[in-house]
Design a protein around this ligand. Structure first.
Ligand code: HGY
Ligand code: MN
Ligand code: MN
Ligand code: MN
Length: 427
């Protein structure tokens, strides 16, 4: 990859850091919870406002903007050879409850700024460059992670599933989408992108881990994305009066769920690898009254590993535990549903190489690493060569209001993305 810009020194790649920071701050105000937290749920009013904000920035950057049936948003800078498969980048702007303002956002606003950087440098793309804002990467509203990129990558079963999916308030996916202005009474096959639609996909994202900051390294070149899975479990018992029902007479659904949560931890710790993680992030008791024995317990389990087989072994053990707890406590296991059990994804060497040479040209220290968080890149890897660029974030914090990335680190990421982009566009 020889330098493709007239002068690829960082001087010609000038990032408008203040404006970008202002945009990140403004986008964070579209939130259902008070600053410094951000909550922005798929197709909510705040999400709709945020979408308008992003589409406006895309048009200001001279991109041609289109949206698909579920609200994936595409901003394209048409290149000199528009018939060639474009190079794409992108990320998400939805935010889980009480999270931060950088997760996903850096890869959308930063990608638009990378386009601006290239325009300011006089670069002319051969392959068109496309910024994608995926409609919803977080599983918050409908329990489906990477909903937009899963559909783009051709998940037919998801298209079917969405037609009968409702959220926690019993609002159907299509009604929620209609509220946000996306009419789709189809099976979403119009959303699917054929393999080869793009020549490459590169996502800029905060590391959501402490390594780059601890080792004072500017850029992470991601080589693989860990394999995520999520499980929904319901236990049911007879419930009853907390004072009147004696202990031997109880089949407490809440205790069954508590025991399963501890079993998740046990099976994960016994996996034999530090790379296996398991979390019970949702645990709801019904009726949720201090003096009523829980008659229902709902828990959701997130299990991941960079090794798919090891992760699947843990899932099997969790299932076994759920069955034995249900028997031992005479509680019904009314649901044990694996919502998703995805394979890991490997980055494409041609992209990691382009990113490494961009870092070298920009004199930026970088480190190859895996991503323990999942991203839309995990699914884009199914339809085109994928790569990811990480920037450091404060103490690795993410999915909480203390999430922070320094403007200089963001600018470094944007510069590397711009230079990587330019190399891939002329290749
Ligand atoms: O959970 C994840 O890995 C992603 O940040 N949503
Ligand atoms: Mn996230
Ligand atoms: Mn993210
Ligand atoms: Mn009473």
């Amino acid at each position: 990859h020889e330098p493709v810009l007239r002068d690829s020194s960082s001087s010609s790649l000038s990032v408008d850091t203040e404006t970008l920071q202002r945009q990140i701050d403004e986008l964070s105000t579209f939130s259902d919870t008070p600053a410094p937290s951000v909550t922005r749920i798929l197709y909510s009013e705040k999400d709709v406002q945020a979408r308008g904000f992003v589409k406006n920035l895309m048009s200001i950057s001279g991109l041609s903007v289109r949206e698909d049936a579920v609200g994936n948003i595409f901003g394209r800078w048409v290149g000199s050879e528009p018939g060639l498969p474009p190079v794409s980048t992108g990320s998400h702007i939805d935010a889980i409850p009480y999270s931060g303002k950088y997760d996903g956002v850096v890869g959308v606003l930063g990608a638009i700024e990378a386009i601006n950087v290239l325009k300011r440098s006089g670069f002319k793309p051969k392959r068109s460059l496309e910024v994608v804002m995926f409609t919803s990467e977080e599983p918050t509203r409908f329990g489906i992670s990477c909903l937009g990129s899963r559909l783009l990558a051709g998940s037919k079963e998801l298209g079917q599933l969405l037609k009968r999916t409702v959220d926690g308030q019993n609002i159907s996916f299509s009604d929620a989408a209609k509220f946000a202005g996306y009419t789709n009474n189809e099976d979403f096959s119009s959303v699917v992108l054929e393999k080869g639609t793009y020549s490459a996909f590169v996502e800029l994202h905060i590391e959501q881990g402490p390594i780059l900051e601890e080792e004072a390294i500017s850029i992470g070149v991601v080589t693989a994305i860990a394999a995520p899975a999520s499980i929904k479990v319901d236990f049911e018992g007879n419930g009853g009066h907390a004072g009147a029902v004696l202990m031997p007479k109880r089949n407490d659904a809440g205790l069954a769920a508590a025991e399963l949560a501890l079993a998740v931890e046990k099976h994960v710790l016994e996996s034999g690898s530090i790379d296996t993680v398991g979390t019970v992030g949702i645990l709801e008791l019904h009726p949720g009254a201090i003096n009523s024995i829980p008659s229902k317990a709902h828990l959701e389990i997130d299990a991941r590993d960079i090794d798919e087989r090891r992760r699947n072994l843990v899932i099997d053990k969790i299932h076994q535990s759920a069955l034995s707890i249900s028997k031992a406590r005479n509680v019904e296991l009314s649901e044990f549903k694996i919502v998703n059990q995805d394979p890991p994804a490997l980055s494409e060497e041609s992209i990691t190489k382009a990113t490494e040479s961009a870092c070298q040209e920009l004199n930026m220290p970088y480190k190859k690493m895996i991503s323990r968080a999942y991203h839309d890149s995990l699914f884009m890897a199914r339809i085109c060569p994928m790569g990811m660029i990480f920037i450091p974030c404060y103490k690795g914090y993410s999915h909480k209001p203390e999430e922070f990335a320094a403007p200089q680190d963001i600018a470094n990421g944007v510069r590397v993305l711009a230079l990587t982009f330019s190399k891939l566009s002329v290749s």
